[in-house]
Design a protein around this ligand. Structure first.
Ligand code: OAD
Length: 263
């Protein structure tokens, strides 16, 4: 409890904060993580067959169908108290950058302004042609089996999910924005990530090397533990609202309409 209060004090005084999130922040919205033992996606599905350029080349219907299943699931999910607390932090600290590894849109729907998506988005399909331009996909399917991907209306190439696959580079703008923010923040809050997928997992370390205080929110230990100044053990939807309440005197919303950002 003392740790929560002292962390809240730090947050209340901070001018530049980075909130770095992973699948764990969306777990309480019903979106599965990747590496949790029983429920994680990689416990049930083979990443090699679903999340690589080679997999899409070998079986585009299987891969497109799997991402459509995930997209439909996310579309039905709603932001949880953890996402709302992140938006509340944004509304209270002068400079906040939310950097997420998640391909869902729950930060946006909770009221976060412009989250940096390091691993792309389920909602930004693009053409597999060389330019990789965004593709309009009008009728998104809602199934749980193989689905043929649509064709790009402009070039006729297949359309692919707008996510980063294993073996692919992260979007340069997103990575630069994340590194830039991490190198300048006072506090980096890492929430719900196992911290094992690079280069994304480098972001908290960039902040630590630059002298920021590293605060972790996770019910389990992670490889980031040795680098963290504080590890708050608990779920995002429990710990983050408590942190915001302790920092700003009980003014965080935990359900209902998202907290709006200041003008
Ligand atoms: P992981 O599944 O690797 O880790 C999820 C983390 O969330 C674990 O450390 C859990 O202990 C924690 N967790 C679970 N429930 C939680 C809760 N309610 N509140 C807070 N934390 C909770 O997910 P990521 O670290 O996001 O990449 O995975 C990183 C990347 O690996 C993903 O972006 C994805 C995946 O392969 C790509 O698809 C490129």
């Amino acid at each position: 409890m003392d740790e929560l209060r002292s962390t809240a004090g730090l947050l209340a005084r901070a001018r530049r904060v980075v909130v770095f999130t992973g699948a764990g922040i969306s777990a309480e919205s019903g979106v599965p993580t990747f590496r949790d033992d029983l429920t994680g996606l990689w416990a049930r599905f083979d990443a090699e067959q679903l999340a690589t350029p080679e997999a899409f080349h070998a079986d585009p219907d299987l891969v497109w169908g799997w991402y459509e299943w995930r997209r439909a699931r996310v579309a039905r999910a709603v932001p949880n108290a953890g996402h709302l607390a992140v938006a509340a932090i944004e509304a209270r600290v002068p400079h906040v950058v939310v950097v997420t590894q998640n391909v869902d849109d729950l930060h946006e729907r909770a009221g976060s302004r412009d989250p940096v998506h390091l691993h792309g988005s389920l909602f930004a399909p693009r053409c597999i042609g060389a330019s990789g331009h965004p593709a309009q996909v009008t009728a998104l399917a809602d199934g749980d089996g193989p689905i043929p991907p649509p064709r790009c209306a402009e070039c006729g190439w297949l359309v692919r999910p707008g996510v980063v696959w294993f073996g692919e580079a992260l979007p340069e703008d997103a990575l630069n924005a994340a590194v830039h923010a991490a190198a300048r923040c006072d506090v980096l809050l890492t929430v719900g990530t196992s911290g094992v997928v690079y280069p994304a997992a480098e972001i908290p370390l960039v902040a630590a090397r630059a002298g920021a205080t590293l605060v972790q929110v996770n019910p389990e230990p992670t490889p980031l533990d040795p680098f963290c100044d504080v590890s708050l053990r608990g779920t995002a939807a429990q710990v983050l609202p408590a942190l915001v309440s302790a920092a700003w005197d009980g003014s965080v919303q935990t359900s209902g309409t998202p907290v709006s950002a200041p003008e």
